[in-house]
Design a binder for this molecule. Structure first.
Ligand code: HEC
Ligand code: HEC
Length: 369
């Protein structure tokens, strides 16, 4: 059989984008500061897949789902003879047919749960409206999302292994064909005008989505966390408690901690920060009304949880187990550097923390030589 053109540009280009977008998104998932990039590439992956699904119905032969081979007998024969001779398949062999369907389903589930986690945990994006109701379940949604993304990776690994076996052992041309478009076949495909236009829109939309998600203000990534102006909310808290250091958002410590701290202001981390009684009561009330117990933020929840098992009252945010866990990878040299000076100087790395915000994309650790 001679080589014929069976994979149109759109199918191959989308294939490359899927590889790229998935890899980037998966890797960036580990970097807090780049969470918005992780989300953007994950959503862009979803867009490529949506077009791929439509293509599965309106595309040319071989790309169409109706051309996939879902015969269980063929699948069995194919899988049981990884190194031997099996039937020849022009388009998708049974294993890759199943792998593609599995990837599409798992990808959509991963993306949906990712969007839910982003809304519920971070108060960002289209599901941010669920944040106030479900914030206590934030870990659960994140874990489901992570499980699904690893399941997706597992299918990818199997799919790639299959392709490599095809190339190295069976001397097949599946991998080459996904690059060149040509494979041993009886006839070439030809796209009709409608399919050509669809291909163009597909490629353009996939590329544009990255620009749109990353560089414009959009509903898929936008934050619903609101800046707090403590100067307006409580003037005395602002003037008294920000005279020696930055302003610490009240929601980063539980009530109990604020009570103990406010009782001992004459010996406050080695300083005398005492104030008159009336001001003290007023500030304490403000701190208690806005303490971690009344916040839906990830940090408040994490701090509260991490303090649940300790009997002693911790009054420094930077001494809470949650804070320590989140900052354990940061070199002590950085905290002692001129730009940061102290662990307590949160604003050196968290822009807008003095407005009660702890946005991932605002984290910036200063470089030290
Ligand atoms: C006289 C100066 C002074 C005043 C006034 C003051 N503080 Fe402090 N505060 C300090 C010092 C010094 C530290 C220790 C900072 C460090 O570890 O680098 C500290 C630490 C803290 C910390 C712990 C930060 C962390 O997580 O490590 C909190 C919370 C805090 N102060 C809250 C307050 C509040 C609330 C008020 C107002 C009632 C206040 N401070 C007023 C000097 C002051
Ligand atoms: C030297 C820079 C630096 C300083 C100072 C610092 N942080 Fe951080 N913080 C980071 C980095 C980097 C991360 C992200 C760590 C990660 O990848 O999980 C982080 C993560 C966090 C998180 C977790 C965010 C999340 O979404 O899970 C909280 C909460 C936090 N910091 C609060 C504070 C507070 C409060 C202070 C001050 C008492 C502080 N940080 C001081 C660098 C810093």
């Amino acid at each position: 059989m001679t080589k014929k053109y069976i994979w149109p540009i759109a199918t191959r280009f989308a294939h490359v984008l899927l590889i790229l977008f998935f890899s980037i998104s998966y890797i960036l998932g580990d970097f807090k500061e780049l969470l918005s990039w992780h989300v953007a590439f994950g959503l862009a992956l979803g867009i490529v897949f949506v077009f791929r699904v439509i293509w599965g119905f309106i595309g040319p032969k071989y790309s169409k789902f109706s051309d996939f081979n879902f015969s269980l007998n063929d699948l069995k024969e194919y899988l049981l003879n990884p190194f031997g001779k099996t039937k020849e398949y022009i388009g998708h062999n049974p294993a890759s047919s199943y792998a593609i369907i599995a990837m599409i389903i798992v990808a959509f589930l991963t993306i949906i749960t990712g969007m839910l986690a982003y809304g519920i945990q971070e108060n960002h994006g289209v599901f941010a409206f669920l944040h106030n109701t479900y914030y206590k379940k934030m870990e659960l949604f994140k874990e489901i999302h992570e499980f699904l993304s690893n399941l997706f990776l597992a299918i990818v690994v199997i799919h790639v292994a299959g392709a490599l076996i095809d190339k190295v052992i069976k001397k097949g041309d599946a991998i080459d064909s996904m690059i060149s478009g040509y494979k041993k076949a009886k006839e070439s495909i030809r796209l009709n005008v409608f399919q050509k236009i669809f291909s163009l829109i597909w490629i353009a939309a996939s590329l544009f989505s990255i620009y749109y998600l990353l560089f414009t203000k959009n509903i898929f990534l936008s934050s619903h966390n609101i800046k707090q102006n403590y100067e307006v909310l409580h003037e005395e808290f602002y003037s008294e408690c920000a005279s020696c250091h930055m302003i610490y958002p009240p929601n980063l410590l539980p009530k109990r901690s604020w009570e103990v701290m406010m009782k001992n202001l004459e010996n406050h981390f080695g300083d005398d920060a005492s104030i008159d009684k009336a001001t003290n009561i007023s500030i304490l009330n403000f701190l208690k009304q806005n303490s971690a117990e009344y916040s839906t933020s990830q940090a408040s929840l994490g701090i509260l949880k991490s303090l649940k098992d300790t009997n002693k009252t911790i009054i420094a945010i930077s001494k809470t187990p949650y804070w320590k866990a989140k900052h354990k990878d940061i070199d002590d040299k950085i905290f002692k550097s001129k730009k940061v000076v102290s662990k307590a100087n949160c604003k050196a790395c968290h822009k807008d923390i003095e407005y009660g915000l702890l946005e991932n994309n605002l984290i910036k650790t200063p470089k030290v030589e």
